[in-house]
Design a protein around this ligand. Structure first.
Ligand code: ZN
Length: 228
């Protein structure tokens, strides 16, 4: 129990903090109008077109901060708050998603690896949860080593996925900032504010990776200490 509090509570708090922060920064910079008047849609369209990706479609998607790039269909999906609003926050998010489309076009290898791991990771997370629940139900302690070792392998897959997500996200954001300036969509100075929005979004991925590593450490320590 003590181990759980020492490790898992900070991981949870970090995740909550990062989520509050990204929402706060997004709201804050949603109220800051872009000087050149670009909406998220226009910013993404311009970046895609100028990068030779006119064939990549942009669609609207429901929800808040639900923006993403779908590499299997070459579609960039933007939430309404991003797509239609001419704010620093909208432009930042839209450009970041366009950054993922450019990663795919340039065969950025980690994006491909991450994409390939999506189904494997979903399956692994599912199996891990089943094994943990099964463990609780049948009362298997850390002494049921076989089952436990298998569960750890599945957990490790999800940890690996959350770690390789980091460079992919950071790379999309740095491409976004660079291209926004290069194509004159934001001014020098505005790009610093775009950077703040994107950094706060990156923090959520860092928090997710950190808490998945901490979860793995928690189970490994539990595994080690119960062996003898
Ligand atoms: Zn992203």
């Amino acid at each position: 129990m003590l181990l759980y509090i020492i490790l898992m509570v900070p991981a949870l708090l970090l995740t909550i903090w990062a989520s509050i922060r990204v929402n706060g920064q997004f709201s804050r910079y949603s109220k800051v109008a872009s000087k050149k008047g670009y909406t998220g849609y226009q910013a993404a369209r311009e970046i895609l077109d100028k990068s030779g990706l006119s064939h990549v479609k942009i669609q609207e998607v429901r929800g808040r901060l639900s923006d993403h790039y779908d590499p299997s269909n070459n579609v960039l999906r933007l939430s309404m708050d991003v797509s239609r609003v001419p704010s620093i926050a909208s432009i930042g998010v839209a450009a970041h998603e366009a950054g993922h489309a450019i990663q795919q076009a340039k065969n950025y290898s980690l994006l491909g690896l991450r994409q390939a791991l999506v189904p494997v990771t979903q399956f692994s997370a599912w199996v891990f949860n089943i094994l943990v629940i099964a463990g609780i139900v049948v009362g298997f302690t850390f002494h049921s080593m076989g089952l436990f070792k298998v569960a750890l392998i599945f957990l490790a897959v999800t940890v690996f996925f959350s770690i390789i997500t980091l460079p992919v996200e950071l790379n999309a954001s740095s491409r976004a900032r660079k291209l926004l300036l290069q194509y004159g969509i934001v001014t020098k100075g505005e790009d610093v504010h775009v950077g703040r929005v994107l950094n706060s979004a990156a923090m959520t991925y860092i928090a997710a990776a950190a808490s998945s590593v901490i979860t793995l450490v928690y189970y490994l320590i539990g595994f080690g200490s119960s062996r003898d």
